[in-house]
Ligand binder design. Sequence first.
Ligand code: XMP
Length: 487
Amino acid sequence: MKKGWQSLVAKYFQRKGLPLDLALAFPDVIVRDKYSTINSRSDVRNLRSNLAGDVFLNIPIVSANMDSVTDSKMAIALARLGALGFIHQFLSLEERVLEVERVKRADNAFIEKPATLVLQEDATTLAKAKGAMRNFGVSSLLLIDSENVLLGILTARDYRFRSDDTLVKDLMQYMPLFTGSPGMTREQATEQFSKYRLEKLPIVDRNGKLKGLMTARDVLKEQEFPDAVRDKKGRLLVGATIRLNSDYLQEARTLWAAGADVILLDTARANSRRVRDAVVAIKKKLPKVPLVVGNIDTPEAAWMLIKAGADCLKVGIGPGSACKTREATGVGIPQLTAIASCAAVARKFNVPVIADGGIRCGADLAKALVAGANVVMLGSMLAGTDESPGKRTYDGGKAFKIYRGSASAAHQFDRIDKGSLDKIRSPEGVTRQVPYAGPVTELIAELVGDLRSSLSYIGARDLENYWRRGIFVRQSTAGYEEGKPKS
Ligand code: XMP
């Protein structure tokens, strides 16, 4: 008798029009169009997709957990649009916590843990306050005493032209200030902002203790991004990555406590006993944490990780544009087949799949979803945008940003400098320049437009229907070439 996953894969591949004896990449197939009652892409409004556990996205896109792709800036920008960013693992745990907290504080009408500093009258200088603001990623601070009682506020206009050695006590605005009380609604706060032309409204209880902060800017931001993905408290969603080589349980617990909505256990080879044991341990201690695990590329690995407790599988060994794994090791299944093989198993158990790597355009994204992925992960496409961490460079009059593989030599040297790696291993990634791509909003809008159009060709109004209706036809190299725009 065939093993569980084998019969699932056989049936799934037959249904999708895929061969079992040949591994395919995105260009090897094309999605077959179907009779459609949808008149145009604008009739496709629902691109909601499950990422892991009870976490859903409004756009099926996440950013790669790479140091040249995702920190809080990218994560904030994506969550505003309905997608999600995974803070990368090449930061210390403390730094990752700060990044997660930055996302959680952004655009949230009610900030539960605002940026604060305990005021020491004759010791707190402007330099110290600026340092705290830099860490929090904000431009104003609430000053409290050691009992968390609000003493006052320091805003940009209070310190703009002052020297760093000035004492904060001589600059800040003291209580009584306009404040709100716990339980204040967005509407009540908006009324205060408008009536008294306020920017910020600290929330204090009857004893004067600080309980939160509401800001006019964030109330407006909430309205500006209606598709944003938010948690139950109205905060933007964010993912955070943990390392297999550290105390992964402690990392997961700390990042979850900091507000991360999804935890990603990321390693080059997740089809291993070490990873299985880690998944079992994390799910045992932290059963509520939506846990993404990767990377894998075979149905048996999908089966094993689902049995271990994974809430989402990240699929892709070697398809990424900065990857050298396949060239260096000869290992890794071409990505379309890898996605379909893992999805054949994962769909059976209602466990979402992230297609990670090799997506260069709308067509690849569409094919990944038809093959069974719930969400795609983008690296190089996002690395060129304004929101990626790298600086813009110029070469021959053209603008670029640096994109580096997580296993590239440059990346490894960096980690050795920071003390998180002992020695250089044979690089399985490269560093390269990617063309500067402008704001991430524009790139995502284009991809979303392409995807909506693709759904309309298949006659699907949502992604579940798209996956059910979508099947592939294999194409020749000439067929692939025919479909490319000619200059
Ligand atoms: P794209 O094609 O979107 O791929 O740039 C992003 C994914 O590539 C993977 N990645 C690597 N794979 N060596 C590898 O074999 C590396 O150095 C490396 N760096 C990133 C990763 O899965 C990422 O999400």
